[in-house]
Design a protein around this ligand. Structure first.
Ligand code: GDP
Length: 376
């Protein structure tokens, strides 16, 4: 199977879609893949040289312009692909028809959170235009798929969510080093969140409600990992709640290599996210819940967007209304009080991630989709 990718989102640039695309590229026919991507610097050139797939970088961003079309058709013809894959359906889907006709092959596209937000602000027609010439469109969650379905013109919708690197995120990772760095005692019950610091994610509630959790668990600690616009407001809230004396640590951004240990250090992962701004600020899925479960840690999730789909309620964690203080406290309290329950949930969560959410499983699903559209 020879594959031609066209994508504006590509490692080494950081970001969720870049990660998503990079993980599929690594695993799905990498030796027979050519990627047409955005302009890059020296770091990008060094990154590209290390990959099994070949990358051609355009002089600027990959937008659906006549120039992008011409360049892609030129390099595409020399590659002789069986299928074209778009890294995101909007706006690149605008080129699908001319690419498919020019190369004589089907075009498949990924979709992410953004496309699912378009119908909500009256732009469903953009989704229709961008999907009318696709053989299939992938979706990341039930929640995004429900929003997209009425507007998608492609004949097939297939679930291909972003996944977790199950070999990197494992229960075997030692979190002790991170506890030491954070100044948390090795045996203290530890609740934590790893995420960008933005209102939607709910770190503000965790900090504000922490004294209530501590009333029932006087030796418990809370660590908030991440950076973002909410940082200074959280620092004030943490100080108001008692700061380190009350067992609250704001740890800042974690380096990429420490990420698995951040989760492994925890007894409970909590991110009580909530939908904001009339539904436009919403969780598409919540990869962090899956990363935590891959490390064998039960999760407390908010009921925003696709987040509940990243948990098996009662089995691997709890889903709460991210605006319900009592429910948030009760969920954290429940898991902290139940050592056996946490261990069982951790094991079930790990097995579920391996089966459903590992990049290995997801890449297989994507490879099958390519087989299907090429064979059809
Ligand atoms: P999004 O930011 O709204 O897309 O939230 P997701 O939960 O979908 O994904 C966030 C990704 O960023 C996850 O893979 C997190 O592990 C990662 N992340 C969040 N905070 C940090 C941090 O402080 N350091 C590092 N290295 N990664 C982080």
């Amino acid at each position: 199977m020879r594959v031609l990718w066209l994508t504006n989102d590509l490692p080494p640039r950081a970001g969720g879609i870049q990660q998503f695309v990079g993980n599929l590229l690594d695993r799905v026919h990498p030796d027979d893949t050519l990627v047409v991507g955005p302009a890059g610097d020296d770091e990008a050139a060094a990154h590209d040289a290390r990959q099994r797939y070949r990358t051609v970088r355009l002089p600027g961003p990959v937008f659906p312009t006549p120039r992008t079309l011409r360049s892609t058709l030129t390099v595409g013809r020399s590659h002789r692909p069986d299928v074209v894959v778009l890294g995101a359906s909007w706006p690149l889907g605008e080129l699908a028809g001319r690419l498919g006709d020019g190369l004589g092959v089907p075009v498949v596209s990924l979709s992410h959170g953004l496309e699912a937000g378009l119908p909500g602000v009256g732009l469903g027609r953009l989704v229709r235009r961008a999907t009318r010439d696709l053989a299939a469109l992938t979706t990341i969650s039930d929640w995004t798929e429900d929003r997209l379905r009425p507007h998608v013109a492609a004949p097939r919708l297939v679930r291909v969510p972003p996944g977790v690197d199950e070999e990197r995120f494992t229960p075997d990772v030692d979190g002790g080093r991170l506890r030491e760095r954070w100044g948390v005692p090795p045996d203290a019950p530890l609740v934590g969140c790893v995420s960008r610091l933005v209102p939607r994610k709910g770190q503000d509630r965790l900090v504000r409600l922490w004294p209530r959790v501590r009333a029932a668990h006087p030796d418990a600690w809370l660590v908030v990992v991440g950076e973002g616009p909410l940082a200074s407001r959280l620092a004030r809230a943490a100080a108001d709640a008692g700061g380190r004396q009350a067992g609250i640590v704001l740890a800042g951004r974690a380096p990429w290599e420490d990420l698995p240990a951040c989760y492994a250090a925890l007894d409970v992962f909590a991110m009580p996210c909530r939908t904001r701004l009339a539904g436009t600020d919403v969780e598409g899925l919540g990869i962090v819940y899956l990363e935590a479960q891959a490390c064998g840690v039960p999760v407390v999730a908010g009921d925003s967007g696709g987040a509940p789909e990243a948990v098996r309620p009662g089995e691997t964690g709890t889903v709460v209304d991210g605006r319900d203080d009592d429910a948030i406290v009760a969920a954290i309290d429940g898991w902290l009080a139940d050592d056996r329950g946490r261990a069982d949930a951790g094991a079930v969560g790990r097995a579920w991630v391996e089966r459903q959410w590992s990049w290995t499983a997801i890449a297989e699903r994507f490879a099958r989709l390519l087989d299907d559209v090429v064979g059809a």
